[in-house]
Ligand binder design. Structure first.
Ligand code: GLU
Length: 472
């Protein structure tokens, strides 16, 4: 990695500046859009069982307040630093704008390796973190709404919710202070798998563009595409699962401990079960081990999905990537230098700020559900079914033909919450892809999808500032 590639925040700003050059907005407005509005860095003590005290370092960065609340996950990682949290918060701002989710961007982090702490310690850390955020008004349904990210999940979101409720007794909308909650605590069906499902929709959309596929030397459609996935966490696992269901073949999976490959295809669920049982993906029946995990990125494949951490494709390895498409599931997996090399080599990069926006999109639906205090579909489902039943009776009476009970039941079925969430997610991902494509065609100076995505985001955020009357 070059020294310049090292600052993740600078990398984001470089992508921003490249797109901003294509606009004629005043410098002051562009400076406001890209600057990080608030950076809250704090430490707190954790007492260990042996009586020793460890100081825990934590952050919450609110990148842009052009829309409220601000939104973004909380990451638990031993490597995290302020530059990374700022970069991730900025990406959230642009991501939300691209998929028309009406939030500003934010991100939080605690510098710990969660695998080295007991559940009880993690609970204490999470509750204390929430307490610190609450003291400074850095959490609340209309202020700042955290969600899961690398190293966190439903369990941590439940602790955050419970702490917030305890600090705000009687606040009727308290459940909207966090998303990614378990469904039993007011979460929404489909949130856990949303980022992966959104990535699948993004790839399906890209693969359906026949001209684009022809240019890459690939056939249209997802069917038979050979995929390599880096990272089998929540995002990587679900992306691989949905792509496989959609007809793609997962030929290799990489994790910390190494990678496995089988050109005939890997059953993602079985790999996951094998990892749970043995503690490693290696030695999976029928697959070949690749001991150096990073080597998997360089395998010959149609689609490479980096779904782990940032800066995995850099100047160092970009010329050795053999995929035709890179689907960025992680945030910031490709440095700007590497992006340019991939572009020169004719590789299509589906950028993170669009591709992994399914998570925050469904977080938005969850937030709406928490504010509405009602499950999606509860009011309309039976009515919809009754109307369809009447229509089928009329058709059957008119034609004299009887449908089978099974077919009738399938036609009548009204939408459940999960159906509505997935429908909203699919619509969001398809429309945003079309918007990027339109921008590429409308503006011949846009270089690639990332450039177009940033340009769309800048235009939408600039509009919001102009509507607020802050800028002419
Ligand atoms: N952490 C996820 C992301 O990076 C989700 C954020 C959210 O749902 O607020 O997009």
């Amino acid at each position: 990695m070059t020294a310049q590639e090292q600052s993740f925040f600078n990398n984001v700003i470089r992508c921003f500046d490249e797109a901003a050059e294509l606009t004629s907005y005043p410098k002051g407005l562009l400076d406001q859009i890209k600057s990080c509005n608030s950076v809250y860095r704090f430490d707190f003590p954790l007492r260990h069982d042996d009586g020793g005290v460890e100081v825990i370092h934590a952050w919450r960065v609110e990148h842009s307040h052009h829309k409220l609340p601000v939104k973004g996950g909380i990451r638990y990682s031993p490597e995290v630093d302020e530059d990374e949290v700022k970069a991730l918060a900025a990406l959230m701002t642009f991501k939300c704008a691209i998929v028309d989710v009406p939030f500003g961007g934010a991100k939080g982090a605690i510098r710990i390796d969660p695998r080295k702490y007991s559940e009880e310690q993690l609970e204490r850390i999470t509750r204390r973190y929430t307490h610190e955020l609450a003291r400074k008004n850095f959490i609340g349904p209309g202020l700042d709404v955290p969600a899961p990210d690398y190293g966190t999940g439903e369990r941590e979101m439940s602790w955050i919710l419970d702490t917030y409720i305890a600090l705000n007794p009687g606040q009727i909308d308290a459940a909207a202070c966090v998303t990614g909650k378990p469904v039993s605590l007011g979460g929404v069906h489909g949130r856990k798998e949303a980022t992966g499902k959104g990535l699948y929709f993004a790839l399906r959309e890209a693969c359906s563009q026949s001209e684009q596929m022809k240019g890459l030397g690939l056939s249209s459609g997802l069917e038979g595409k050979r995929i390599v996935v880096q990272g089998l966490g929540n995002v990587g696992y679900h992306t691989a699962l949905f792509c496989r269901e959609g007809g793609a073949v997962i030929i290799a999976i990489a994790e910390r401990e190494g990678a496995i490959m089988n050109p005939k295809g890997l059953d993602v669920d079985r790999v996951q079960a094998h990892r749970k049982e043995t503690g490693s993906i290696l030695d999976f029946p029928g697959a070949v081990n690749i001991s150096h995990s990073a080597a998997a990125l360089e395998l010959d494949c149609d689609v490479l999905i980096p779904a782990a951490l940032e800066l995995q494709i850099t100047k160092r390895n970009a010329s050795r990537i053999h995929a035709r498409i890179v689907l960025e599931a992680a945030n910031g997996p490709t440095s700007p230098e590497a992006g340019a090399i991939l572009g020169d080599r004719g590789i299509l990069v589906i950028p993170d700020i669009y591709a992994n926006a399914g998570g925050v999109t469904v977080s938005y639906f969850e937030w709406l559900k928490s504010l509405a205090h009602v499950r999606f579909g509860r009011l309309g489902k039976r009515y919809e079914e009754a109307m369809k039943r009447q229509m089928l009776w009329a058709i059957e009476a008119g034609t004299g033909k009887q449908l089978s009970d099974d077919y009738r039941a399938r036609l009548i079925r009204g939408a459940e919450e999960l159906d509505l969430v997935n429908s909203g997610l699919e619509e969001t991902m398809v429309v945003a892809y079309q918007q990027m494509q339109d921008t590429l065609h409308r503006n011949p100076r846009t270089k690639n999808l990332r450039n177009a995505a940033f340009l769309n985001a800048i235009e939408k955020i600039a509009d919001a500032y102009q509507e607020l009357g802050i800028f002419p």
